[in-house]
Each structure stands twice: as structure tokens, then as C-alpha cells.
Write a protein that binds this ligand. Structure first.
Ligand code: WT7
Length: 689
């Protein structure tokens, strides 16, 4: 790290945290870490004792093949043991006398929204059991897949835990995905039912979720897949307000708190399929015996972008994910029973699965579920919520930190943040400037900053500081979590031990939370993660270790772009672009972005005789939004009469990345078929790029 300015480059853990923390020094960390990698059975076996198991493992505690040369990749923890993650997350605490503890505070998009308020562990259990019974009565059973497409409301956690209680595999799709993306995911997972809500306010925008679901289900039925049920939570309409059910359409009255723009929402109704959540919840029983699941039975699938363009259904199993989500939550945030914890991620992403739902609940934590955005009604919202609930541990994304930084410190400092102890981040590399602002301004230099590196695939944190133990360096995720053995690998598959040499970040042995397969495509699992370096799990990220052994993750080294912490596949965007009738070919590359970290820059070659225009740029941007989702909209679309290609016809993305940023130093072009395209592309760069 650059030492030339005055900021220190090593931040010791705050003393007040060290005294109360689970791991109080680097020596303690090293000792625990050593045991976790040398004796995984002993380490995780002790942790497993804190959970309820209906029966013990029937075979080995951990059994795996991590080496594709030796046959099929397989990972099994505690196979044969029977448990239920919903029981452990909820019932276990009630049995321990914690039923009245608050599980979630719900904070609506509008600060005036209070209608759901908070929910205790006992109340949550009643709701989960009710919805489990409804799922059961609807004919759904263990092993079936149910899609969930919902806003950040308590019913989302109820729906996911009800699935988990019955052994139904939930497939949550972030409610910012388009109807087409939702349909693709429903079809790939062959989901038999879906849970959604009427709509949601995001900031000052009203989204009609039900109508998006209607379009998605229409696409599914055209492809011969019919869902038996669509459960709809009535979220926008005041609770207890009756809806005029006129057969096929419900009109919402324009009755909103003052700050909301008024607009009515139409809900189309398909008899026999559509069911109002509240209509069935009222009478359902609050008793529901959990289904005792094998530790290796699937718990959920969650789609993540794949470099070929088609999203992959990452599959996690019950036992290992339970141990890993709970343990990473406990140590990385140094969870204490009186904490008020808040993770701002949407449950539709893995961060929400692990650190809004399963991790906190398995620790009997009290957390906040926030429906809104950091900017509504203004850029002080996060800090207002921290003051309101006296949040102690806070987890958000670098992109949010960078965006909020721009509004100035007053939005932060006018609120009381003295309750804060841990400030964590996830999703992308955090630049030192944002790290320091988070530490100095938000945390008033009193908090531990915890930069957690992990992936949908890893189930939970893999590289992270521990708040009471690890001295941190801005921009480094520091050291491996328990059970993780990181290796920096050269392209040739040689382990790099020299400091400050970048290579591929890979992991040597499995940990309980690692994904078990790609749903329906085990071969893709093996080729994506295990073929490049036999014997290792390949993250797809680059990293280096500095002279002190700190790990610095440098970003993706495959054709993926990390936009605001959301991984996008360039191939998926390219295929959306070439669907446009005027586009012959498209190539998409990553471009640096001040707030989003990265954004996408698209080169499009038009068909003969077609004109490039501003209107076309807009159409293409809209097409990507519609096809994938609003968060995937490209920032730049440029005309490319020709693309730089090798003589064998491969697009030279490395050269395009240089052109995108206006860097004339394009590197080696000796393998290029036609060098003249480069000058043309530089001339055609959009002025704003
Ligand atoms: C990719 C995984 C894990 C939850 C959110 C994203 C990048 C994530 C960091 C970090 C540097 C990071 C990586 C990774 N990433 N956290 N702390 N420092 N990069 O989950 O969508 O599966 O994306 O996000 O590139 O591979 P995801």
C-alpha cells in the first residue's frame, strides 16, 4: 500500500470491541484457524453440537472429492444426519425461552410506514407454520421448488422459512429482475408455485410486482410450464382494507401517506391460480411439524450470472449451509446477544439469504429488514435508521458508501451513530477512500471496518477480518475465515508464494457452506469451478498477498462485470443486444465507474445499411433493462463498424477495454486481423465516455 500520505495503513481493532469479542487477538484467531483446517471434523463438530439434530451422521463427518482427475466432484458434510434449518433458526430459540425476543424490526420504504412493525421469534414461528400448512394443503412437498419474487417485507422471510420447514427448495428471485429473467429462472428450476406481492414502492417509484409475475407466468405457460399457485401478499393496500374482487381486476384506491405520489395499481386476477396471502393465512393452523431433512438435502437454489450468459442455479444444502451461515455471522460481525444488527442487502441476493435471514436467525439475533433505498426521502436515511434503532452492527455495499459520500458528511453527522461497533462491507473491492470515509465519518473512528469477500457459491464469508482480532488495512479483506485455505495461483497452475504477485484466487479444501452443484447441471459445476485448477475451487477473482500476508482481491478475471456489487455476465448482455433487429454483433466490456465500481460499455456492429443514432442507443439500453432488469442497464453504447478480432475470429476484449477508457496504449496487436478498426473505434467513442 502507498505509505506516502498521513493516513495510517494499519488499523488495530478498537479496544472496546476486543474486550467483549469472541476472538480477542490474532494469536487466538491463528489457533482456531489452524484447528479448523487441520481438524475440520473436530472444529465443525463442536459447532454442530449447538444445533438440534434429530439423528447423527450415518457415515463420515465430511467426505469429498475436490479433484476432477479423480472422478466426480462431490462434497458432503454430516451426511445421514437429520435436522431442519427452520427449526434451528426459530423453534430452538423459543424452546430456550427466547420466544419474546424480537427477530426483525421492519422499516418501510416511507418513514411513515409502520403497519408491520416488529415481529418476535414466537410470532414469526406462528406465521411460518401457517404458511407451511398452506403450502402443504396446496399439494407442495419436500423436494418441490417454489419461486419467491417479493419486496423486502416480513412475509418474504416467512415464505422462505416455511419452504425450509417443509423441505421445499426455495428459489428467490430479486424483485428487480425482469419478467423474462424471472421466467427463465422458474423454468430452469421447474418451480411449481410462486409467492409474490401486489407491488412495492422503491424510493418514489411504484412497481407492480404482480403484473411482472403475470407476464413471467405467461412466458412459462407458452413453454408448457404451468404453476399451480401464485400467492400474493397484499402489501400496498392498508392491512384490513377489503379489496373489491370483481373477478379479474382489482383497482387500488389512491390512499397513500403524504410523501407518496398517488397512482392506482391494477391487479389482474387468474382464478384457480391466484390466492391472496391474507385470505388463507387467517384460518391456517399455527402448528406444523418440521420435515426432518438429511444434512445433504437441498435447501435452496439461487441464480448467479454465468460467463456463458445462462444463469446458474447455485445449490446449497441444509446442514453445511446452516453451520456456515451461523458461524460466519457470529465471528465476522462478532455477534453479541444485545446487538441490533442491520444488513441492507435484499434477500433476493445471497447476502440477504445468509446475512438477513439464516445467519442472524440461527444466532437468535435481532435485526432490521429495510424495504427502501439509501436516498429516500434523502441521503441521510441509513444514518437515520441507525439512530432510530441504535444499530450496533451494520453491513452494506461499497457502491452505497461511495454514492452516499458524495452528499457530504452532514447527512451522516446530524444523526447519532454512537451505538455502532462494526461497519462491514461486501460485494466488490472497496477503494481505500471509501473505506476511510466509512471508518472516519460514519464510524467516527470508533468502529471496526470489516471487508468481507465471498460469493453466492461460497454460502458465506471466506476472507474477512474479525472485529476484535484483526488489524485492518483499507482495501484488503485480510485473512481467511475458519476452514478456508486460500491459494494464489499462476495461470500455469503453480501456487504463488511471492508477495505482491497477482494470480487467481482459489481455495484448497471444502468448507461446510460451499455450493454442492449447479441445479440440473453438475457438469457445468465441475467445468466452471474445478476444471481450471484440479484440486482447487476457482473463484474467478484475481488476488495477491502482500508482505504481511494480507489478501487483496483485485476483481474478476473472467468475462463478468461487477456493477454495484451485482455480477453481470457480458455474454448475457451481448445476447440481449443482438436480439435487436438492427444489431449484427455486440461486444461488452467492463468500464470503471465512480459510484458503481464498474459499469458496462457496449460496442455494437449494425447490420448493413442501418443507421446508428441516439434513439437506437436508448432502444438498446431499454432492451437490456427489459431482458435482464433495470440494474443491468449499460452506461455506454458505442457504434462499432468493426470489432478488433484475432485472425481466428476471436474478439479481443482486452483491446476493447482500452478503447472504452480512451487509452491509446492498446498493447500487443500482432495477432489482430485488421488493425485499422482501432482508429475508427477511437473516433466513434461517445463524448460522455
Ligand atoms: C463476486 C461475487 C457475496 C455477496 C455479494 C456478491 C465480488 C464480493 C467482495 C469483496 C472484492 C468482492 C467478487 C466475487 N466481491 N465481495 N469484499 N472484495 N470483491 O455475490 O453476486 O456471487 O458476487 O463479488 O468478484 O467473485 P456474487
Amino acid at each position: 500500500m502507498d505509505n506516502s500520505d498521513e493516513t495510517p495503513c494499519l488499523f488495530p481493532p478498537p479496544d472496546r470491541l476486543r474486550n467483549e469479542s469472541h476472538v480477542k487477538s490474532m494469536d487466538d484467531y491463528k489457533e482456531m484457524y489452524k484447528r479448523s483446517v487441520e481438524d475440520p471434523e473436530g472444529f465443525w463438530g463442536d459447532i454442530a453440537k449447538q444445533f438440534y439434530w434429530a439423528s447423527p451422521p450415518t457415515g463420515k463427518f465430511v467426505d469429498y472429492n475436490f479433484d476432477c482427475r479423480k472422478g466426480r466432484i462431490s462434497i458432503k458434510w454430516m451426511e445421514g444426519a437429520k435436522t431442519n434449518i427452520c427449526y434451528n433458526a426459530i423453534d430452538r430459540h423459543i424452546k430456550n425461552g427466547q420466544g419474546d425476543k424480537i427477530a426483525f424490526f421492519w422499516e418501510g420504504n416511507d418513514p411513515a410506514d409502520h403497519d408491520s412493525g416488529n415481529i418476535t421469534y414466537s410470532q414469526l414461528k406462528d406465521k411460518i407454520c401457517k404458511f407451511s400448512n398452506i403450502l402443504k394443503q396446496s399439494g407442495l412437498k419436500k423436494g418441490d421448488r417454489v419461486a419467491i419474487y417479493m419486496p423486502m417485507i416480513l412475509e418474504l422471510t416467512v415464505a422462505m422459512l416455511a419452504c425450509a420447514r417443509l423441505g421445499i427448495i426455495h428459489s428467490i428471485v430479486f424483485a428487480g429482475f425482469s419478467a423474462e429473467s424471472l421466467a427463465d429462472r422458474i423454468l430452469d428450476g421447474q418451480c411449481s408455485a410462486i409467492v409474490t406481492a401486489d407491488g412495492v414502492w422503491r424510493g418514489s417509484k411504484l412497481l407492480n410486482l404482480k403484473s411482472i409475475v403475470d407476464v413471467a407466468l405467461e412466458i412459462c405457460s407458452k413453454r408448457d410450464h404451468k404453476l399451480s399457485h401464485c400467492f400474493i401478499v397484499k402489501h400496498l393496500l392498508p392491512k384490513g382494507h377489503s379489496v373489491q374482487q370483481n373477478g379479474d381486476c382489482v383497482d387500488y384506491p389512491e390512499e397513500k401517506p403524504a410523501q407518496r405520489p398517488t397512482r392506482s395499481l391494477k391487479i389482474n386476477w387468474t382464478d384457480g391460480r391466484d390466492v391472496w396471502w391474507h385470505d388463507v393465512m387467517g384460518t391456517a393452523s399455527t402448528d406444523c411439524e418440521p420435515e426432518w431433512m438429511d444434512a445433504e438435502d437441498p435447501l435452496f437454489m439461487l441464480y448467479t450470472s454465468g460467463s456463458t450468459g445462462k444463469p446458474k442455479g447455485v445449490l446449497h444444502t441444509v446442514g453445511g449451509y446452516m453451520l456456515y451461515s451461523a458461524t460466519t455471522f457470529k465471528y465476522a460481525f462478532d455477534y453479541q446477544p444485545d446487538d441490533i444488527y442491520w444488513c441492507t442487502a435484499d434477500v433476493g441476493w445471497i447476502t440477504g439469504h445468509t446475512y438477513v435471514a439464516y445467519g442472524p436467525l440461527n444466532n437468535c439475533a435481532t435485526s432490521i429488514i429495510f424495504e427502501g433505498t439509501p436516498f429516500f426521502p434523502d441521503a441521510g436515511r441509513f444514518w437515520a435508521i441507525i439512530e432510530k434503532y441504535k444499530v450496533t452492527k451494520f453491513y452494506t455495499a461499497p457502491t452505497a458508501i461511495r454514492a452516499l459520500m458524495r452528499y457530504g458528511d452532514e447527512y451522516v453527522t446530524k444523526y447519532d451513530r454512537s451505538s455502532l461497533k462494526v461497519l462491514a462491507t461486501v460485494g466488490e473491492p472497496i477503494n481505500p477512500e471509501a473505506w476511510l470515509w466509512y471508518h472516519n465519518v460514519v464510524g467516527n473512528k470508533q468502529c471496526a471496518v470489516v471487508d468481507t469477500f465471498w460469493q453466492t457459491e461460497t454460502g458465506g464469508h471466506t476472507i474477512t477480518p474479525l472485529p476484535g482480532a484483526t488489524p485492518t488495512k483499507p482495501g484488503s479483506a485480510t485473512f481467511p475465515f475458519f476452514g478456508i485455505v486460500p491459494v494464489i495461483m499462476s495461470d500455469e497452475g503453480v501456487e504463488i508464494t511471492d508477495p505482491n504477485v497477482e494470480g487467481y484466487l482459489v481455495f484448497k479444501q471444502p468448507w461446510p457452506g460451499l455450493m454442492r452443484t449447479v441445479y440440473g447441471d453438475h457438469e457445468r459445476y465441475e467445468t466452471t469451478y474445478f476444471k481450471k485448477f484440479p484440486g482447487y475451487y476457482c473463484t474467478g477473482d484475481g488476488a495477491k498477498r502482500d508482505e504481511d500476508g494480507y489478501i487483496w482481491v483485485t476483481g474478476r478475471i473472467d468475462d463478468m462485470v461487477n456493477v454495484s456489487g451485482h455480477l453481470l455476465s457480458t455474454a448475457e448482455i451481448e445476447s440481449a443486444l443482438v436480439e435487436h433487429p438492427t444489431v449484427a454483433e455486440a461486444a461488452v466490456v467492463s468500464h470503471p465507474h465512480k459510484i458503481k465500481g464498474e459499469c458496462t460499455y457496449c460496442f455494437v456492429t449494425l447490420k448493413e445499411g442501418k443507421e446508428f443514432s441516439d434513439a437506437l442507443v436508448k432502444e438498446l439500453m431499454d432492451r437490456v433493462r427489459k431482458k435482464i432488469g433495470p440494474f443491468a442497464q449499460p452506461d455506454f453504447v458505442q457504434n462499432a463498424p468493426g470489432l478488433p478480432k484475432t485472425r481466428s475470429g476471436k474478439i479481443m476484449r482486452r483491446v476493447l477495454r482500452k478503447i472504452a477508457v480512451g487509452d491509446k496504449n492498446v498493447g500487443d496487436i500482432t495477432t489482430m486481423a485488421d488493425e485499422t478498426v482501432i482508429d475508427k473505434l477511437f473516433q466513434l467513442r461517445p463524448p460522455e465516455a
